[in-house]
Design a protein around this ligand. Structure first.
Ligand code: ATP
Ligand code: MG
Length: 245
């Protein structure tokens, strides 16, 4: 393990035994409805979930079952209709948008299906974005991001713009961005859903390797049973609720 990775690991549970680790995220009786044309669409109807330090969790479910909706709620990107979300003891549902933003920037990473990189910023600047949002980037932080890009096999791509990178390379930049803050928890919403099989496997291998080294908790949404099989816990979202299998 490099010094860089071991430094990043200092903040997190060693994760040797996920069962006895502390709970980093829990949600209770989570409900989410959307109102469309005056009609209430009930998407989540009582989701209960617990994720421990270093634990990896997969969520599968048919298209439209509410997987992205759930991930967005858990990551504080959207507001619940009813229920409670605790991240390291802080109740997201009781916090202001600014407070949630702070928790998100300092504790959480999010990988979208379609990378969501900012086209006018370089790969390095995109990786640094979660830090640039709330503080000035110092040399050590910049080096940390460069090392992380190298870890993702992108050492000669730091100054490239997203438009100059392949799909797999962009997704690797997005993964580096999601872990640059040494987050407690990373959310990944079908992170390789739009990549070919070969590239998808390569990107996922690096991703899971990094997750193992950093002992970051992970919630990954996937359609792929092989990807789901790589995680410690497996949930299926159906009829607005999750069930472990
Ligand atoms: N902002 C919104 N307003 C109204 N309806 C919405 C909104 N966001 C999501 N929905 C609806 O909620 C349902 C769940 O959507 P969601 O994107 O969470 O599904 P998903 O399980 O992630 O599907 P997929 O596998 O296709 O990505 C869908 O029927 C969708 O149309
Ligand atoms: Mg989705």
């Amino acid at each position: 393990m490099s010094d860089f990775v071991s430094n990043m690991s200092d903040n997190v549970n060693s994760g040797d035994n996920v069962n006895t680790a502390e709970v980093v995220l829990s949600c209770k009786d989570l409900h989410k409805s959307f109102i469309q044309g005056g009609v209430e669409l009930k998407i989540l109807t009582g989701v209960n979930l617990e994720v421990k330090a270093g634990e990896t969790v997969s969520i599968t479910g048919s298209s439209g079952s509410g997987k992205s909706t759930l991930l967005h709620l858990l990551a504080g990107l959207d507001r619940v209709t009813r229920g409670e979300i605790l991240i390291k003891g802080s109740n997201l549902t009781a916090l202001s948008d600014n407070q949630i933003c702070k928790i998100r920037n300092q504790n959480l990473g999010f990988i979208y299906q379609f990378h969501h990189l900012l086209p006018e910023f370089t790969a390095l600047e995109n990786v640094l974005m979660p830090i640039m949002i709330y503080k000035k980037v110092d040399v050590a932080t910049k080096n940390h991001a460069i090392e992380l890009l190298a870890r993702m096999g992108l050492n000669n791509r730091a100054s490239h713009f997203p438009g100059q990178l392949s799909g797999g390379e962009r997704q690797r930049v997005a993964i580096a961005r999601a872990v640059v803050n040494n987050p407690l928890l990373v959310f990944a919403d079908e992170p390789t859903g739009n990549l070919d099989n070969y590239t998808s496997n390569k990107v996922l291998d690096i991703f899971f390797e990094l997750q193992q080294e950093l002992k970051t908790s992970l919630i990954i949404v996937t359609h792929d049973t092989e990807v789901a099989a790589k995680t410690n816990s497996h949930y299926r979202l159906h009829n607005g609720m999750v069930r472990e299998y």
